[in-house]
Every structure is written in C-alpha cells, then in structure tokens.
Design a protein around this ligand. Structure first.
Ligand code: NAP
Length: 343
C-alpha cells in the first residue's frame, strides 16, 4: 500500500520535516516507557488529535504516537479545506493539522512522531511497540490509524510509482508542468486532484469507470466546467505504459470492450482508501467493509480497553469533521472506561 504519504520524492521531503522531529515529544516529561499510562493514541489525523485534546483536558496525560511520514494523516496531502467549520475562508490541510497538533500539545499531550509496529491488546494492560523497539504500556488504547490510498492493482502501476504514477497531486503535481496527465476515479478525491493539477498541467483527463461521478455536486461541477479537464467515461485502466517513466495508459471501454491508448506522462490514482488495520488483523473484530468493528455509536472495539475512531471505523462518511467527532467520542468512552477501571 502506498499509505497516506505521497508517492514520490516530495512525499519523503514533506515527511522529512516531520522526520527531523521524530524524536520530538511535547510535555509530560515525567512519563517513562516503563510506566503504565492511562491512554495511548495511535495515529494523528483529526480523530487522533481530537482524542488527544479531550483526554489531555481530562488529565489522562495521553501519549500520541503520531507516525513518521504519515503524521497528520490525509489532510497533509490536501490543499484548501473549505468544509471544516470554523474557517469561513477555508484553511490549508497542513495548516489545519498544525493547529490540531498545537492544541493537543497545549493541554499536555505527549506527541512522538514514531510508527507503531506491534500491539499486544490482551489483558488489562496493553503494550505498544514502536519502530525503535521501545515499548509503552497503557490501560487503554485509541486507534485512529485512518486509511491508505487504494491501488489499481496493476503490476506496472507499482513499478512506475515515483516515475509518473502518483497518489498525491499536492506532493507531485509540480513535476508535471505543461504535461498531459490522467486522473483515475470519479469521487471527490479525483475531482480535487484533477482541479489541483490544472495549475501545472497542459491537460488533465479524468478516466472513470462509470458515466456519472460519485463526487459531490460542487466538486463535480467545478471539474466538469474546467477548460483544462476532460472526461473519459465508462472506461477502465488496463495497463500503465512506459519503460523507465510513464508514457501512457492502455484503456478499455467497459461498454464495448474497445481498447485505446491515452498518451500521458503522469497518472494520479484517486480511487478511494482502505482502512489501515494491519496492526489489528486477527486481534480485533473487523466489519465486512474492512473497518474496525465498534459497538453501536460508541468507539468500543471487540477488545475491552481498546477504542477506535476516525476513518478506520468509518466506511461511509469519512470527513475530517466526522473523524474529529469520532475522536471526541473515543476520548469520552476512555474517560468512562478508566473511571470504572480505577474504581
Ligand atoms: P470514493 O468516494 O470512494 O470514490 C472512489 C472513486 O474511485 C469512485 O468514483 C469509484 O468508482 C472509483 N474506483 C474505486 N475503485 C476503483 C477501481 N478499482 N478502478 C477504477 N475506479 C475505481 O473515494 P474518495 O473520492 O477518495 O472520497 C472518499 C471520501 O472522502 C468521500 O466521502 C468524499 O466525499 C471525501 N472527500 C471529500 C473531499 C472534499 O470534500 N473536498 C475531498 C476528498 C474526499 P465508482 O463511482 O464506480 O464506485
């Protein structure tokens, strides 16, 4: 999986500023790896940071394991966020995440930019292992690991990843100045990518497998009206062409089976996301959609003391604001759980 980081070099550069801070931690200097904490939050999108604000304000001294290159989650790869309430003029995704981080830190969240590699969720005290091998223990865990970009599943897509195939227009779009680019998908992400790419590209061709867009009307209308964007409907991608870098796509009309080639030097895949559940497969119950199963409207997973929030539990809404709300729910559930635990 390409993950939530960008697909090409800027991805790594974008992560690098975060990576430099990998060992930065914020406040709670009295905590040590050996102690049993009240709560550890895994993942640092809107859900994780909101859970951090709430649990920190409840004096639970949360440790937030934010991830390294994926820190901040999907909004780090977004430009204007126009639909997060409280920002009437919109806000850039990375700026919004910086605000989240500052707010969580302000109330004493300890933030470490580390990747979790293993979770032991058995028993009353859970163990979290990070990439360095260090372990942390806690009475409760909030999983807010978000989702990762979906791939088309073509062998040449992987081979040419970083050589013309990308999952992140904001990271890689700059490299395609005055070039012909394709965007695959028909949802809000695809429209967002296509619109952003018009800043650089000579042309953007959206390839969609149906004849209607899944995207919201406002995004669809903007893309449909844009002079640089054209659409190829009812069409699947059969192959990504090119030896060392992308030279085109082989397309198949899904109505009549006709195959054509589209000459492009860049391909942006925007066909949705899959919940990031690798850490908990076989440990927590998952839904048919692959998200972590929770009990009704709560954040309670199938294992006591383990809570989940954000895109990793949500196959439907998947908005920054719904993830934030879900992070709040998880924090309140943890508060109640710990009150019983300590009683
Ligand atoms: P999405 O809504 O699930 O759309 C995925 C698109 O990719 C669909 O058009 C789908 O086709 C197509 N697709 C899926 N698998 C495919 C495959 N194997 N081959 C070809 N095409 C494939 O995902 P999304 O666009 O990433 O959006 C996810 C959520 O985030 C949504 O709730 C969306 O509203 C939200 N979002 C919002 C904004 C915004 O408000 N600005 C921006 C980005 C995302 P079908 O239509 O045929 O299923």
């Amino acid at each position: 999986m390409p993950g939530n980081s960008c697909a090409m070099w800027p991805a790594i550069e974008a992560g690098a500023s975060t990576k430099e801070e990998v060992h930065r931690s914020v406040s709670n200097a009295e905590n040590t790896a050996a102690e049993v904490r009240d709560v550890i939050i895994v993942g640092s999108g809107p859900a994780g940071y909101t859970a951090a604000v709430y649990t920190a304000r409840a004096n639970l001294k949360p440790l937030l394991l934010a991830g390294s290159v994926t820190a901040g989650g999907e909004l780090m790869n977004t430009t204007d966020v126009e639909n997060y309430p409280g920002f009437p003029d919109g806000i850039m995704g990375p700026d919004l995440m910086e605000n989240f981080e500052k707010q969580a830190a302000r109330f004493g969240t300890e933030i470490q930019f580390e990747d979790v590699t293993e979770l032991d969720l058995d028993g009353d005290v859970k163990t979290v292992t990070i990439g360095t091998g260090e372990t942390f223990k806690a009475r409760s865990i909030i999983l807010s690991t978000g989702s990762a970009y979906r791939e088309l599943g073509l062998p040449n897509e992987k081979r040419l990843s970083g050589h013309g195939v990308s999952w992140c227009a904001t990271c890689d779009g700059f490299f395609f100045k005055d070039q012909d680019i394709a965007v695959i998908g028909g949802g809000d992400s695809a429209m967002e990518e296509a619109l952003f790419l018009t800043k650089f590209a000579k042309s953007v061709t959206v390839v969609h497998r149906r004849d209607t867009l899944r995207a919201s009307k406002i995004m669809a209308d903007r893309a449909l009206a844009h002079e640089k964007i054209s659409f190829v409907w009812n069409t699947g991608v059969e192959d990504v062409l090119g030896q060392d870098k992308v030279t085109g796509l082989r397309l198949k009309n899904l109505l009549d089976g006709a195959e054509t080639e589209l000459a492009v030097t860049g391909v942006f895949v925007a066909i949705g996301n899959d919940p990031r559940t690798d850490l908990v497969k076989g440990k927590l119950e998952l839904t048919a959609e692959g998200t972590i199963a929770v009990d009704g409207r709560t954040s309670k997973t199938s294992v006591q003391g383990v809570f989940a929030a954000g895109d990793v539990i949500d196959p439907t809404y998947r908005q920054a604001i719904t993830a934030s709300g879900s992070g709040c729910v998880a924090a309140l559930d943890v508060e109640h759980y710990l009150a019983d635990f300590h009683a």
